[in-house]
Design a binder for this molecule. Structure first.
Ligand SMILES: [Zn+2]
Length: 375
């Protein structure tokens, strides 16, 4: 029996792996940080034998509530990620599974590999409507890449979409993949109309270093990028520094920052009601967007989510608040579940890459509902 994680976004520490019914594991912390929650590893063992894998010491993980009613994902072919029987006792996550093949992968959520990220960028640039732009280098020397979709022209709105500031929230990049597939579809009337009115600036992965390193929440030097937007620096958060620099060049009329939430089993958005500049205009934009997305898909709702900030009490280091304030624009954090949408549960797959992609397509409908009101 062998457990390995020395691959793209791998993360596990083996405590004990001598008997199939008593495999003991723990999760490695993000480098220079105390966050840990993301896991991704391969088990090589005997097929058709019951295995019991225990991931220990989770009461100190980043989001202990994330493990309640959570089912881990597994895959034989690294394409299809299905849910497996999982229980949590307050500190230990126990995965009970009888693999059908000798090699099986387990993960916190369906991984989105760095290779797939590069494939997405390469595919997108072959569209007549899309250009790939290099913004700068990460601390590990990877490219910070921006996709510009549409022809910049006087009077067009600037719509920014970012994803995976928190690298373990892979659903955010699946979401962007679906978003781009619809936006770049030359036969899609909605996409064509939006591109007549707006230019889209899309960062599919805000944190490539953390992604490859198998982090949940931080970059190569332990910075939580979604707390860096007040004072980004080339030393600790070049990813944010370069994106903000480009935003100042293009302006921002709508900003959507895609994330995954460990605990809540819903899709929801968090807005800018706590910003100093929040206004009836911004509230109307928020309400119109949310109503439209609810009409477009039952995967989205506006009842459950984060507690609303009191006026003037928004955290200015968070991307949505910083961008919403600086550009006086509609700005949302979009959260998808690691678990499932409890209102439309799917026991086989839970919340999944395909559903994330579909939400990415559907969000264009909500963007259309506000496009003429943005300025
Ligand atoms: Zn996040």
């Amino acid at each position: 029996m062998r457990i390995s994680s020395n691959f793209d976004s791998g993360n596990i520490v083996v405590i004990k792996a001598s008997a199939p019914n008593d495999i003991q594991l723990r999760i490695q912390k993000d480098h220079q940080s105390d966050f840990y929650q993301w896991f991704h590893f391969k088990l090589e063992s005997t097929a058709f034998v019951s295995h019991r894998l225990t991931i220990t010491d989770l009461k100190n993980s980043a989001y202990p509530d994330g493990w309640k009613n959570y089912q881990a994902v597994a895959s034989y072919d690294r394409q299809e990620w299905f849910r497996v029987e999982t229980e949590f006792d307050g500190d230990n996550l126990v995965i009970q599974h009888t693999p059908e093949y000798e090699h099986i992968y387990f993960a916190y959520f369906a991984p989105y590999s760095y290779e797939r990220h590069l494939d997405l960028l390469a595919w997108a640039q072959t569209s007549v409507n899309c250009q790939q732009v290099f913004l700068g280098e990460t601390l590990d020397g990877r490219d910070m890449s921006l996709l510009v979709v549409g022809e910049p022209e006087e009077g067009k709105k600037a719509i920014w979409v970012t994803a995976r500031q928190h690298p373990g929230e892979t659903m955010a990049e699946w979401f962007v993949e679906g978003f781009l597939e619809r936006l770049l579809d030359l036969n899609d009337g909605l996409a064509r109309q939006l591109l007549d009115k707006a230019v889209f600036y899309v960062v599919p992965n805000m944190n490539p270093d953390g992604s490859v390193r198998g982090h949940l929440r931080t970059n190569a030097v332990g910075a939580n990028l979604n707390r860096e937007w007040a004072t980004p620096s080339l030393e600790s958060s070049p990813e944010v520094f370069y994106v903000m620099q480009k935003m100042r060049e293009t302006g921002v009329d709508l900003f959507l920052d895609a994330h995954g939430d460990e605990a809540l089993a819903y899709n929801f958005v968090a807005g800018c009601e706590g910003n100093p500049n929040y206004s009836p205009r911004l509230q109307t934009l928020e309400d119109t967007f949310k109503t439209s997305l609810q009409m477009a898909t039952p995967e989205f709702q506006d009842t459950f989510g984060y507690a609303k900030d009191k006026p003037g009490e928004a955290n200015p280091t968070v991307a949505t608040h910083a961008v919403g304030q600086q550009f006086d624009c509609l700005a949302f954090t979009l959260e998808m579940p690691f678990k499932d949408n409890i209102e439309l549960p799917d026991t086989a797959y839970g919340w999944s890459p395909l559903r994330s992609k579909q939400l990415g397509e559907d969000v264009l409908i909500a963007m259309r509902s506000v496009i003429d009101m943005l300025r």
